[in-house]
Design a protein around this ligand. Structure first.
Ligand code: FES
Length: 539
């Protein structure tokens, strides 16, 4: 089983995703926090307009969710057009279709203009029904997609590669290798004058006469505008995190024999129900070389990438079961599937009303913009951010501004969100183990143990070292839970994640877990390395 490494990409040359740390104070027109696809695309778009741009990234380029996505470039909204229409109105559904369609074209144009060898390919996407689902849902979505302006969407009898039953065909979708694309855009942004610093953790944003972005290392960036592109915004303590919920999702890749004409993006209509046998599946096909080159004289091999098995972050699940269930589901439909060569997981932020938040941060100083609430469509939402935010920073209006406004009033879904948080935070008791069990932990395992009045998060890393921290998330104090797939501490409340050594992997938390030695097992004090990406996607 292959594991880890954002540079792997089916065995060819490593990508250069590391840059120097920011070590001195500097100035910029725009400071971007986060070097995933959203941050790097915004840097590229702004640098093209002649802005002085600096990007600060705590880990490496693409080390967050861009390194884990299965990268479907689509305008088939996974929350469904009829839901968007119901919640936000017909014009909002039209803008949703328009913005995601333009987002795909934006990515295509950059791939072509910058000659990025990322295998960008246009192809069809199909929405199909799981067994037992009534076909009326497809008709509702077909009608809503047409009303939203996607007149070419059509009903078909089945998807091309298995007996799915009726489906909707969305033409002109796309796919690429997200990490190759990201590396190419980062280089292009730098060529245009942007500077990117990795290993540079941001501590906060201050406002006096200008905005100042402070880093943990002590250096600062004085700037006119800030874009927070950290998946979950690290600048906001409460407001935005009450509007979205974090989910884990699972993916695997295996060789497969597939007719070239049958390659497509595939999605079923199951819900994220927390049921290992039920929830949502998404599939695409890629190649050992997305650019079709020969490797040692042999043609590239085809791979299937299957995703799904989503559940709220921080609930007690066995990731291995999720992967096994996905694999079983895929083998029933593509029996030629070979041995799984890679499996990984990622995080999705689901906005309460199914639309991402891209625009001015609703609280705090002027000049701070956010992009969050990817809703499983992070690739096109990143492109939408790179189209929209430069216009807003320039003080212009834009027809998409209102729909994506992070300050928009809740329309529906807050009750669902409250239920979600209640469900995932109500089960502390089932996580708490007796303290003595901590000493017999195997490498890669973690436990919450009671220690006096405190709950401790205790784990043993892959090198056998025991780590113990206060189990209170440093964002708002919820108890973190062990994620055995990623070897991380995940917070069920708003999705913050911490490494085995207690370091923040992803926000909204910006502080590490507090060290808390348990009796007789004083953990080693860890220096602060650049966190490895535990199991990033190979694509
Ligand atoms: Fe908000 Fe942990 S992420 S309390």
């Amino acid at each position: 089983m292959e594991t880890g490494g954002t540079h792997t990409l089916w065995g060819d040359e490593p990508l250069n995703l590391h840059r120097s740390q920011l070590t001195q104070n500097t100035t910029a027109d725009v400071c971007i926090i986060g070097a995933g696809l959203a941050g790097i695309l915004c840097a590229y778009a702004l640098a093209r307009e002649g802005r002085r741009v600096i990007v600060l990234e705590a880990l490496d380029i693409g080390s967050g969710e861009t390194g884990r996505t299965t990268a479907h470039l689509t305008n088939a909204i996974d929350d469904r057009y009829f839901h968007i229409e119901q919640m936000h109105g017909a014009e909002a559904a039209r803008i949703t279709a328009e913005s995601h369609t333009q987002g795909i074209s934006f990515l295509e144009r950059i791939a072509m203009e910058e000659a990025i060898p990322c295998g960008f390919t246009r192809l069809d996407g199909y929405l199909f029904l799981p067994p037992g689902e009534k076909p009326e849902l497809l008709q509702r979505e077909l009608d809503a997609a047409h009303r939203a302006g996607l007149g070419a969407v059509e009903r078909v009898d089945k998807v091309p590669s298995f007996e799915s039953g009726p489906a909707l065909r969305f033409p002109d979708q796309a796919q690429f290798s997200p990490m190759r694309f990201l590396a190419g855009v980062a280089h292009a942004a730098e060529r245009l004058g942007a500077s990117i610093h990795t290993g540079t953790q941001v501590d906060g944003i201050d406002k006096s006469s200008s905005l100042t972005v402070r880093t943990r290392g002590g250096s600062a960036v004085e700037c006119g505008a800030v874009i927070v592109a950290t998946n979950a915004p690290i600048n906001d303590v409460v407001t935005m995190h009450m509007k979205q919920a974090a989910y884990r999702t699972y993916a695997l890749a295996a060789p497969v024999a597939i007719d070239p004409d049958a390659k497509a993006l595939l999605w079923d209509t199951s819900e994220r129900a927390g049921d290992p046998d039920g929830p949502y599946h998404y599939v695409r096909f890629t190649s050992s070389d997305p650019n079709g080159r020969l490797t040692n004289g042999t043609p590239p091999r085809d791979f299937i990438i299957v995703g799904g098995g989503d559940h709220p972050t921080g609930i007690k699940v066995e990731p291995v079961e999720r992967w096994n269930t996905l694999e079983r589901w895929a083998r029933e439909r593509w029996p030629s599937m070979g041995t799984v060569v890679h499996r990984w997981s990622g995080q999705v932020l689901e906005p309460h009303d199914a639309v991402a938040f891209i625009g001015r941060n609703p609280t705090g100083p002027d000049g701070v913009y956010i992009v969050t609430g990817d809703s499983g469509m992070g690739m096109t939402h990143s492109a939408i951010a790179a189209i929209l935010l430069p216009r807003l920073i320039a003080g212009e209006d834009h027809p998409w501004k209102k729909l994506y406004d992070p300050a928009r009033k809740p329309v529906h879904g807050l009750a669902d969100l409250a239920r979600h948080v209640g469900r995932v935070t109500a089960n502390y008791a089932e996580w708490v183990s007796p303290g003595e069990e901590a000493r017999s932990l195997s490498a890669g395992d973690g436990l919450i143990v009671r220690h006096g009045l405190k709950l401790l998060a205790v784990c043993r890393d892959e090198q056998g070292r025991l780590h113990s921290h206060h189990a209170a998330c440093t964002h708002l104090g919820c108890v973190v839970h062990w994620n055995s797939a990623e070897k991380s501490w995940d917070c069920p409340c708003h999705g913050s994640r911490f490494s085995a050594a207690g370091e923040v992997i992803s926000g909204p938390a910006i502080k590490d877990l507090e060290s808390a030695p348990i009796d007789g097992a004083t953990p080693e004090i860890q220096t602060r390395p650049i966190m490895p990406t535990p199991s990033s996607a190979p694509i």
